[in-house]
Design a protein around this ligand. Structure first.
Ligand code: ADE
Ligand code: ZN
Length: 324
């Protein structure tokens, strides 16, 4: 099954590129940029990755990304991930990034855009691997700041496939960003949002009703609300589920408790993704393998899951047709 899953053409829809920063690269970029880290060794970094919830992870995630300073840093970060994903049989990746987390420490918007886009072009040239770019807003900062970033990103709209919403969920409901997402819609930019990761099912409803999203990132909390499940099923609203992330952030106690089997049984449009692979135990293939072990799914189920991601990816129809 392992070889078969590796060779299955897979699409990754939910990846925070800053969350792909492996400790080895963190150290080498820290040295290159003269940034000090609160760790002495790579092993110490990995030992620190013992999270109690989303916030305890976010604290280390924002700390780690301080080593990303130049366009070359973002290029190196993305290239390392895309190369690893390619080796795992991933044929298309949708990279999210958090511009505010960089702007707020003096790294201009052009830096991540230029570095990430250069890596994306190279991956396509070298391996025929396609990608999309999702510019995410930090929901634990104010909406005016997100709006300013959206306006500032005008020179890059051509390279943005969607805007997203991430960071600390509870207490930061989707409605806080209604005006920002309305503006993105007016600009013709598709919208996705994290909802129902740690937050309640009501946030998933809000993301649909107030932000007019075409995908929900995570969405596992939908099972708390039978009417919402029915709505998501009827719409075939894509849910970008990240099982290893949910275990590591204690959304579920262990893989065998994960609600993925119920979500599939309910006819939901589920996909499997890695979220922050350097922090949560691996990329897309590791997430597929963890599901194979926990749920003993057959090949048809994995083909369905991989096919769901191809169906809803931001890619030209000709590319989609070639993959299906
Ligand atoms: N940013 C990076 N990873 C995240 C996650 N799992 N949830 C919310 N925001 C994030
Ligand atoms: Zn995420």
């Amino acid at each position: 099954m392992k070889t078969w899953l590796r060779d299955l053409p897979k699409v990754e829809l939910h990846l925070h590129i800053e969350g792909s920063l492996e400790p080895e690269l963190m150290f080498s970029l820290a040295a290159r940029n003269g940034v000090s880290l609160p760790y002495a060794t790579v092993d110490e970094v990995r030992e620190a990755y013992d999270f109690s919830d989303l916030q305890s992870f976010l604290d280390l995630y924002y700390q780690g990304m301080r080593v990303l300073c130049t366009e070359q840093d973002f290029y190196d970060l993305a290239m390392a991930y895309l190369e690893q994903a390619h080796a795992e049989g991933v044929v298309h990746v949708e990279l999210s990034f958090d511009p505010q987390a960089h702007l707020n420490r003096g790294v201009e918007l052009a830096v991540p855009f230029e570095g990430l886009n250069r890596a994306r072009r190279q991956a396509e040239r070298e391996w025929g691997m396609t990608s999309a770019l999702i510019m995410s807003f930090l929901r634990d900062r104010d909406a005016a700041e997100a709006m300013a970033v959206l306006e500032k990103a005008a020179p890059y709209y051509e390279t943005i496939d969607a805007v997203g919403l991430d960071s600390a969920e509870v207490g930061n409901p989707p409605t806080k960003f209604s005006a920002v997402f309305e503006r993105a819609k007016a600009l013709g930019i598709p919208r996705v949002a994290h909802a129902g990761e740690e937050g309640p099912a009501a946030y998933i409803r809000e993301a649909l009703d107030e932000l007019d999203v075409c995908r929900i990132d995570h969405g596992v909390a939908c099972l708390q609300d039978a009417a919402l499940v029915e709505r998501l099923r009827q719409m075939q609203m894509p849910l970008t589920v990240c099982p290893l992330s949910n275990v590591r952030l204690k959304v579920v106690a262990e893989m065998t408790d994960h609600p993925l089997p119920q979500m599939l049984e309910q006819g939901l449009k589920v996909t499997l993704n890695s979220d922050d692979p350097a922090y949560f135990g691996g990329g897309v293939l590791e997430n597929y393998l963890a599901c194979a072990q926990a749920f003993a799914w057959d090949r048809e189920t994995f083909k369905q899951l991989a096919g769901n991601a191809i169906d809803v990816a931001f890619m030209p129809d000709a590319r989609r047709a070639a993959l299906l």
